[in-house]
Design a binder for this molecule. Sequence first.
Ligand code: FPP
Length: 247
Amino acid sequence: MSTLENRAAPEHVAIIMDGNGRWASARGLPRSFGHRKGVEAVRETVKAAAEAGIRYLTLFAFSSENWRRPESEINDLFGLLKTFIRRDLAELHRENVRIRIIGDRANLRDDIRSLLLEAEETTRGNSAMTLVIAFNYGARDEIARAAARLAAEVAEGRLKASDIDARMIDERLDTSDIPDPDLIIRTSGEERLSNFLLWQAAYSELMFVPELWPDFSREVFFAALERFGARDRRFGGLSAKAVALGS
Ligand code: FPP
C-alpha cells in the first residue's frame, strides 16, 4: 500500500473523471455500469483526499457539453448524483466535509437544484475538506457569466469599465471562495482540459494518468500526489534551485 511520506500535499486537487464508458465497453456492459462503478471511485477518492490532507477536491461530474449525450445517459448521470448526495451526505457531514457546487444551476430541474442547495447548506460550517462538485459546469460559460455580472455592474454605475482587472473577474467566478487548483488530474489517457477550470488552471500542474476513472484508486491517487511533490512550480519566476545557485 502506498503512503505519502514527507511531502506537502497540494491544497487543491481537481479531477477530470474520464473513461467510465470505455471501462464498461471493455467488459461488454452498458455505459451506465461504468458510471455506477465511477461513483465507487468517487467515494474512495474523497476518503483518500481527506487522508492525504488535501483541503479542496474538485470533481468534474457533468459538463455543460454533456447535454449532447443521449437523454437516457443524462438521466442516469443526474440520478447518480442525486443518489450520491442522498446516500452519502450524512457521512460526508459526519466527516466534517463541506460541499460546494460549481456550474450553472439556472437550467437545472428544481429537484436537483434544491438537493444541491441542501448539500451546501447542511455542510456549510464544515472544515476538514471542501468537496467541490462541478455540475453543469463549463469554464467558458462560467467566465461569460462573470463578464455579464461585471457588465451589469458597469451599466448600473457601480463600477468603471477601465477599473476591471483579473481580481474582479476572479471574484465573480463560481470559484470565488476556492483557491486555484495546484494539480489537475485527468484519467483515461486523454490529454486535454475540455473546458474545465480554464481561468483557474493558469498555474496548475497537469497530470494525465492512463487508468480509466472506475479503476482510479487510492494507490493511483497517491502515486499522482508523489509525482506532484517532485514537480518544480515556478509561477513565472525562477526555480528554487536556480535561486539557491544564484543563476
Ligand atoms: C466520463 O466518462 C465521466 C462522466 C461524464 C461523468 C462522471 C460521473 C460520475 C463518476 C458519477 C457521478 C458523479 C458524482 C460526483 C457522484 P465517459 O462517459 O466520458 O467515458 P468515455 O470517455 O470512456 O466514454
